[in-house]
Every structure is written in C-alpha cells, then in structure tokens.
Design a protein around this ligand. Structure first.
Ligand code: NAD
Length: 361
C-alpha cells in the first residue's frame, strides 16, 4: 500500500521550499518507484487566514491518517498581535502534542563543501556530525502549574514547572539509544542533576534503560558544560539526548556550528516511528516570496523521512548524495554563497532533482 504523506507548506518561505521538496518526492516516485501518495493541507497563519484556526480539524485528521508529514514553516509578523491560541505556532505545537511526537531529532552535519560558512575554525568543525535527540512534548514548556500571579505584596511573579514522569524519560532514552545503534553507539545525556531533582530522576532512568542496550556507551554531562564543550570541541559528541528546554538551546548552538540554518533538517517522531519532518529554520518573512530561500533543509528533511518513517534508508542516502553532488558543482543559494554567485530556490530544487535522476540511470 502506498505510504501517505501529508504536505503542509505553512507560511512565509514555506510554500517555496516545500514545492522543491515535493519535486524531490515526485522524482523518487517516478524514477525510483517509491510508492507514496501526497496530500496537501493548510497550517499556521495560512490556515488562520482561511478558517480562523491555525490547526483546522481537516488538517489534523489528514496528519493523523498519514504515515509521515512534511512541513515548511509557520509564522509571520502579521500574526504576532493575535491571542496566543490563534497564533501560527499554536498550530505546530498542537500537531506535535496531538500526534505525541515526543522525540525530536536534530542533526548538525557539516558539509565539507561549506566548511567556511561556520564561524568556528575549520579544524574544530570539519567532519562534524552530531545528532541531538530532544524531548519535545514534556518538560517546562508544558508543565503545570504555569502563569503569572500577583503576590500578597502586589508584586507579580511568573512561574513554570519542569516535570518529567518516568515513562517520558524512558521513551526518549529508547529513542536516543535506537538512533545511536544506527550510528557510533555513543550517547551523551545532558542534564542538570547537580541542582535539579527532575534531572536526578532523568539520569537514573537513562542509566536503567541503557542496560537494555549493552552495546551503547552512555555518558552524562551537565548542561552548562555541554554548551561550552559544543563550541570548544564539538566532535567529541555523537548522539546527545536531553530535555525539551536544554535541547531547544543546545540544538540551535549545534546548528550554528554548521554555519547555515538553511541546510539543517529535523524529525519529530512518535513511539511507532511516524514522524513530522521540517527544516529547523522559521518562515523567514524577510525573504518570503523572493525565490531566494535555500530549500536544502526541507529536501534533507525528506531524506530523514525516508530513513525514519518510510524505511527506505538507501533512498535517504540517494537524496543526501544528490544534495552533496549539487554542492560539489558549486551551486549555492544566497545564504551559503559566501558573497559569490547564487541561484534561486527553484533552480536549487531543480539541480537536486537532476542529480537524483542522473543517479537513477
Ligand atoms: P527564521 O529562521 O525564519 O529566520 C532567521 C534568518 O535566517 C532570517 O534572516 C532568514 O531570512 C534566514 N533564513 C531562514 N531560513 C532560510 C532559508 N531556508 N534560506 C535562506 N535564509 C533563511 O527565524 P525568525 O526570523 O526568528 O522567525 C521568523 C518567523 O518564523 C517567526 O514568525 C517565528 O515565530 C517563525 N518560526 C517558525 C518556526 C517553525 O515553523 N518551525 C521555527 C522558528 C521560527
């Protein structure tokens, strides 16, 4: 049976970059006999404009029925004044929560052709290939109680709650160990166990679950040290597993080691491997509609989809190699051109499709 893929372009540059990733999927369908069915739906600001709801029921139903979801990005300045529940980001957070996409995989991979795009010295970052596994549906972003209250003395106080139940730690541990089994089998769990009780439990559960994976080499690091080590000697890491808040921050640091936000994909998985795939960047309203955005992060999200949800690791490699071949040819969008000449979003997408077609022959 054909795998069902929901396509959610979203806002800003979303439609431009997703169009190019869809061309890649269609090429895989035609030239590599990939058995897929694509269906589009609206999310975020585009959905709000259409129906007043950033996550319409129809979109949610489509995503629930799909085997995988490809998302562009959501958000834009025109929606910032809306009340929180109607904002585009609510569509994305709602989808992650409804589908229980608790495991966020964020690779930070430096393409050798782009080593000069990093602000770090080439010897520090060349060959960099880290996978950050971030817990995505728990922790302080969702913990209750939360809010802003007024104290007896009339002063206002903001508060959030960092909570993790054992089952939430267990499942993210398994997710990280499963990913590591396909890589170097090294996992570093990042916490703040010297200060936080929730981290103490996190560490205890990580160690317990690791016993089910005797080949895995598990280490632990405090988050403050991890942020330092990521910049000092990032190649010491392979898989990093951490909570929602720490993962949010560390994965952005790791992303910047590679120099370009336009190159990095991500996956958010449920316990069965169903996933939502999206570039790590936002909707880039400053360049939306100009046909200059880099579509490679979205195209590489398709590669992750092939690997983690569609069980097609060979095709994932084909897409990654096609991207690498295009970079070898010197083809660059503006963000990775380093001041040199650049091509449009569409031309970059077409170049990847051509490279893929060439490989299929
Ligand atoms: P952003 O990632 O959209 O943009 C940051 C900078 O990177 C901008 O200068 C942009 O032009 C550039 N950039 C981003 N993607 C690029 C690409 N593919 N090619 C070339 N350049 C690219 O972050 P921001 O400006 O902080 O946020 C803009 C909007 O996106 C906001 O509304 C924010 O809420 C939203 N956002 C959405 C997501 C998501 O949908 N997952 C993630 C982050 C931000």
């Amino acid at each position: 049976m054909a795998a069902k893929i929901a396509i959610l372009a979203g806002d800003g540059i979303g439609p431009e970059i997703v169009s190019e990733a869809v061309k890649v999927l269609e090429c895989l369908q035609q030239s590599y006999a990939l058995d897929i069915e694509l269906e589009q739906a609206v999310i975020g600001g585009a959905a709000y404009d259409e129906s007043g709801n950033p996550l319409p029921q129809k979109t949610l139903d489509l995503c629930k029925a799909a085997d995988a979801i490809l998302l562009g990005a959501v958000g834009g300045p025109q929606y910032e004044a809306l009340e929180r529940d109607l904002r585009p980001e609510k569509g994305l957070l709602g989808l992650r929560a409804e589908l229980e996409l608790f495991s966020n995989l964020r690779p930070a991979l430096l393409y050798p052709q782009l080593v000069n795009a990093s602000s770090l010295k080439p010897e520090i970052v060349s060959g960099l290939d880290i996978m950050i596994v971030r817990e995505l549906t728990g922790g302080i972003y969702f913990g209750q109680p939360r809010g802003i209250r007024t104290l007896e003395n009339g002063e206002r106080q903001g508060y959030n709650t960092l909570v993790y139940a054992e089952h939430e730690i267990e499942r993210i541990a398994r997710s990280a160990f499963d990913v590591a089994m396909k890589r170097s089998k090294k996992v570093c769990s990042v916490d703040k166990a010297n200060v936080l009780e929730v981290s103490e439990l996190w560490r205890e559960v990580m160690i317990r679950v690791s016993k089910e994976y005797p080949q895995i080499q598990l280490s632990h690091m405090y988050v403050d040290n991890a942020s330092m080590q990521l910049v000092k000697w990032p190649k010491q890491f392979d898989v990093i597993v951490t909570n929602n808040l720490f993962g949010d921050i560390l994965s952005d640091t790791a992303a910047m080691l590679t120099g370009s936000i336009g190159m990095l994909p991500s996956a958010s998985l449920d316990k069965n491997g169903k996933g939502m795939y999206e570039p790590i960047h936002g909707s880039a309203p400053d360049i939306a509609g100009t046909n200059t955005a880099n579509p490679l992060a979205t195209i590489l999200s398709v590669a992750m989809m092939l690997r983690y949800s569609l069980n097609q690791p060979e095709l994932a490699v084909c897409v990654e190699q096609a991207v690498s071949a295009v970079l070898d040819q010197g083809i660059r969008t503006q963000d990775i051109a380093d001041g040199g000449s650049s091509v449009s979003t569409r031309k970059m997408g077409e170049a990847v499709v051509s490279a893929l077609q060439l490989k299929s022959k």
